[in-house]
Design a binder for this molecule. Structure first.
Ligand SMILES: Cc1cc2nc3c(=O)[nH]c(=O)nc-3n(C[C@H](O)[C@H](O)[C@H](O)COP(=O)(O)O)c2cc1C
Length: 184
């Protein structure tokens, strides 16, 4: 075993694309890896004080899309450029925004899976708790009406090597079942 000093390492980390509206009604997007489930139908986002953060505090709404193999350049771009400096960031990223059906935030056509969320609370350190109110999935990632990870081709952020890793959808075992082989 090798011991490392403490660090914000976790496998797997998401590559979440946060969609919000700017004050002038235009759309913004940012990349966030420190996003996870907080409770049933509720997510937590660890944010700094970005334009996105101020947007979602004001509108109490956001979308969370999952970065995919096909959208990887766009996804990285919205994580290295701020809407503060590049007002047409979404356009430059090549993203097509439409209003989310259920919340006051944009979703982007290029991302096939999006959570529509409302903001429950934001603390002084910009830990955002948000409730999932609906999930939008493109038909192209469905098999028999269910989300198919093989078609989704979601990616994960590797916080040690700073790489995006493909979640290929290869099945290793059946959850809640494989353990039964040891339950004797
Ligand atoms: C891989 C990656 C992961 C990131 N994760 C986070 C995160 O979890 N929280 C955060 O506040 N910023 C994170 N960022 C930084 C923001 O995406 C970045 O500062 C962005 O420019 C903010 O956009 P905005 O100013 O237009 O809102 C991440 C960036 C990258 C490239």
């Amino acid at each position: 075993m090798k011991e490392f000093k403490k660090n914000t390492w976790f496998y797997p980390l998401a590559v979440a694309i946060i969609g919000t509206y700017n004050e002038d009604g235009s759309a913004n997007a940012m990349n966030a890896a420190w996003v996870s489930i907080y409770d049933y139908n509720t997510v937590i986002l660890n944010l700094a004080k970005h334009r996105t953060t101020l947007n979602l505090i004001r509108d109490k709404a956001l979308t969370i899309s999952f970065a995919t193999k096909k959208t990887i350049a766009q996804s990285d771009y919205v994580g290295i450029v701020s809407g503060d400096n590049v007002p047409d960031k979404v356009k430059k990223a090549g993203l097509t925004e439409v209003k989310a059906p259920n919340v006051n935030a944009p979703l982007f056509k290029e991302y096939p899976l999006t959570l529509e969320c409302t903001v429950r609370s934001v603390d002084d350190d910009y830990h955002v708790i948000a409730d999932i109110v609906a999930i939008q999935a493109d038909e192209s990632i469905l098999t028999d009406g269910k989300i198919d990870p093989k078609k989704l081709e979601a990616v994960s952020f590797d916080p040690v090597n700073h790489k995006y890793l493909l979640l290929s959808g290869e099945v290793v075992a059946d959850a809640f079942k494989i353990g039964q082989t040891l339950n004797k």
